[in-house]
Design a protein around this ligand. Structure first.
Ligand code: NI
Length: 181
């Protein structure tokens, strides 16, 4: 296992739709272990493979920071099969430095996925887990939460980010005390 480098906006890999996994093997299990380790170290409640530069449809999520690891989800080729209701959550992202914004999502989702043990499972999520599942699956589709906010807010963030990059603060990582997905 190893800590992986988290790619930050505007890295191109974050815009690319990830490819479905065709074979669940030891290498993939190792990647998922390293992703989980990287997520806990960040710290964050979710991480998608494109965020560490691997364009594959795999995510890890753990919304329970009281007992890390106990409810860790490692999902391969996850798909939303049902969604219901609406919720507005202030989202942040490990790939979007220094920014959070309110995003509207479904309040409840049902997700179908494969596990590293090659089992097909269904996960029901409400509230933060529902938000995290939708946010991570968005990453697999090349979408960030800033693609779901108003254009003016997005442009303001891009301008701020470009200024940071020009000033050589690309890896400036001061985190707000928010949950990062
Ligand atoms: Ni994210």
């Amino acid at each position: 296992m190893a800590l992986l480098r988290i790619r930050k906006f505007p890295d191109d890999v974050l815009k690319k739709p990830a490819l479905p996994v065709e074979s669940i093997n030891g290498r993939l299990a190792q990647l998922l272990d390293s992703m989980a380790q990287t997520m806990y170290a960040a710290p964050g409640v979710g991480l998608a493979a494109p965020q560490i530069g691997e364009s594959q449809r795999v995510i890890v999520i753990d919304t329970d920071h009281e007992e890390p690891g106990k409810h860790l989800l490692k999902l391969i080729n996850p798909e939303i099969v049902e969604s219901e209701g609406k919720i507005i959550w202030e989202e942040g992202c490990l790939s979007v430095v220094d920014y959070t914004a309110d995003v509207e999502r479904a309040k409840h989702v049902l997700v179908r996925a494969w596990t590293p043990e090659q089992k097909q499972i269904e996960i029901e999520g409400d509230e933060l887990l529902a938000v995290a599942l939708q946010h991570e699956i968005d990453h697999l589709n090349g979408k960030l939460f800033i693609d779901r906010i108003s254009r003016i807010k997005r442009e303001l963030y891009k301008r701020k980010r470009n200024k940071m990059l020009k000033e050589g603060k690309a890896d400036h990582d001061e985190r707000p005390s928010k949950v990062l997905i």
